[in-house]
Design a protein around this ligand. Structure first.
Ligand SMILES: [Zn+2]
Length: 179
């Protein structure tokens, strides 16, 4: 990977992580929902009470009145998504443990709708998004170190002096391409 790409991944991962943390903190004051609505399908992303969720549903017959497109709503109350129409009372839950939940099946209160929901704790989302930014600088430093060793006539892997033995490092066995 080039340095520029590593920097971009690091930056994106940090931005995402900061956004998740901001959303996480705010999710205890207000519930937030983003809707992406099509005639027969709807995708929703929400944040409330320290949890994020993704919900997607398909309808057999589209509802008569439906606001199509993408829009975001914010609610003055922050409640558990399970009590908010994304819970086991309306969607068959297959798993719900330690804040992680997965439900899939017929939506109980709307005939013809099948729905899926994935709930994850905000801390887990924040951790996942920060991982690339922790990993990329390490990769970049490693590659820079290997290049510097190569240029100095040393083994890029272990730093052994290769000026007497080009081709393969006698210390660690690393193959050195002839230039
Ligand atoms: Zn070596």
């Amino acid at each position: 990977m080039t340095r520029r790409l590593l920097n971009l991944v690091t930056l994106l991962s940090l931005l995402l992580c900061v956004s998740v943390v901001v959303l996480w903190v705010k999710s205890y004051q207000r519930g937030r929902l983003a809707f992406w609505t099509r005639p027969r399908t709807e995708v929703q992303c929400g944040a409330s009470r320290g949890e994020l969720w993704l919900y997607w549903a398909t309808e057999q017959s589209p509802p008569a009145r439906r606001e199509l497109g993408l829009h975001v709503e914010s609610y003055s109350s922050a409640i558990d998504p399970r009590d908010w129409g994304y819970g086991p009372r309306v969607i068959p839950f297959l798993f719900d443990r330690a804040g992680f939940a997965w439900g899939s099946g017929r939506y109980a209160t709307v005939p013809g709708r099948s729905a899926n929901v994935l709930i994850v704790p905000c801390w887990a989302a924040a951790l996942t998004t920060v991982l690339p930014s922790l990993f990329c600088p390490y990769r970049w430093r490693r590659e820079r170190q290997r290049r510097a060793r190569s240029d100095a006539g040393l083994c890029p892997q272990c730093g052994y002096d290769l000026r007497a033995t080009p081709g393969r490092c006698p210390e660690c066995g690393e193959g050195i391409p002839e230039i």
